[in-house]
Design a protein around this ligand. Structure first.
Ligand SMILES: NC(=O)c1ccc[n+]([C@@H]2O[C@H](COP(=O)([O-])OP(=O)(O)OC[C@H]3O[C@@H](n4cnc5c(N)ncnc54)[C@H](O)[C@@H]3O)[C@@H](O)[C@H]2O)c1
Length: 266
């Protein structure tokens, strides 16, 4: 199902940092995705969202419209299917005429220790963390070339740091792949005026982490590693994405920004 709506941005508190920009954000049914859709719309972006989960994606689009933002959305949209990537790019171009920013935010991680991971699980994690970024970026690339656009990829602190209680072999490997892919995209995109950067969050309180955070041992370990003494909020990742999407970051490309409340310090 598609939701196409472009509303007058009345009642929004805006400073217009993304005014006129068409921003494709994946995984807008999720916690960071929803916060990002709102943050981008508040800054004047025309947002194009999607999610494999129909209900949560629709709820995000409805809430952005209710706040006066401009957003189209495609759901269900499974980005591990190339046809769905094509459909998402088509929706963006048909609705708003161009793509200025692609934020590859959606991913689904699975966890297991080395000896327990089956071939099938290993393959699935790669498809749900890396392949979907490759498919959609390749599909959107001609439009990003035309707009001299921006790519933002969601990596993870886990790409460069291991946590004792977290069996994250596949997730670590694949998010490290995202950092590498981003650097290469920045290199390939330079001649077209395309910038590419990634974001590596530490532990953010979201749908994906909430259940695990109920385990007191795990929560205590993770909190103990956080210099600021608390977990991150989805909005605190979204605000970094706004910076990377806007011209404020015009001299920033090929890097990974860590948003972890200081977890890497000790
Ligand atoms: N929460 C954290 O602590 C944390 C830390 C580091 C990195 N991240 C990354 O941030 C991103 C968002 O995470 P979140 O915590 O908001 O999780 P979330 O589960 O709330 O959101 C992810 C969304 O992506 C969607 N999705 C997954 N696979 C998809 C596919 N194939 N096609 C379309 N949609 C798909 C899910 O349905 C979900 O709505 C992910 O890339 C995650 O790896 C999160």
């Amino acid at each position: 199902m598609e939701i196409e709506q472009s509303t007058v941005k009345k009642g929004l508190e805006m400073s217009g940092r993304l005014e006129g920009k068409v921003c494709v954000i994946t995984g807008t049914g999720g916690s960071v995705g929803r916060a990002t859709a709102h943050a981008f719309a508040r800054e004047g972006a025309m947002v194009v969202g999607c999610d494999v989960d129909e209900n949560s994606a629709t709820a995000t689009a409805d809430s952005v419209h209710a706040a006066g933002g401009s957003m189209a959305s495609l759901q269900p949209c499974n980005l591990t299917e190339r046809a769905d990537c094509t459909a998402l790019v088509d929706l963006a171009v048909r609705t708003f005429g161009q793509i200025d920013v692609l934020f590859n935010l959606a991913a689904a991680a699975s966890f297991g220790w080395l000896e327990d991971i089956t071939d099938k699980e290993w393959d699935r994690d790669r498809r749900q963390e890396v392949d979907l970024v490759f498919y959609l970026t390749r599909e959107a690339w001609p439009h990003l070339k035309a707009s001299r656009g921006v790519v933002i990829n969601m990596a993870s602190l886990n790409a460069s740091l291991s946590f004792k209680p977290l069996p994250s072999l596949a997730h670590t490997t694949n998010k490290a792949g995202i950092i590498g892919m981003t650097r290469q995209l920045a290199m390939e995109g330079r001649e077209h005026g395309i910038r590419a950067n990634s974001i590596s969050p530490g532990v953010i309180e979201t749908n994906a982490t909430r259940e695990q955070l109920e385990d007191p041992e795990w929560a205590e370990y993770m909190l103990g590693k956080t210099l600021l003494g608390r977990l991150g909020r989805p909005e605190e990742v979204a605000s970094v994405a706004v910076f990377l999407a806007s011209t404020e970051s015009s001299y920033v490309t090929g890097i990974d920004i860590i948003v972890d409340g200081g977890m890497k310090v000790w």
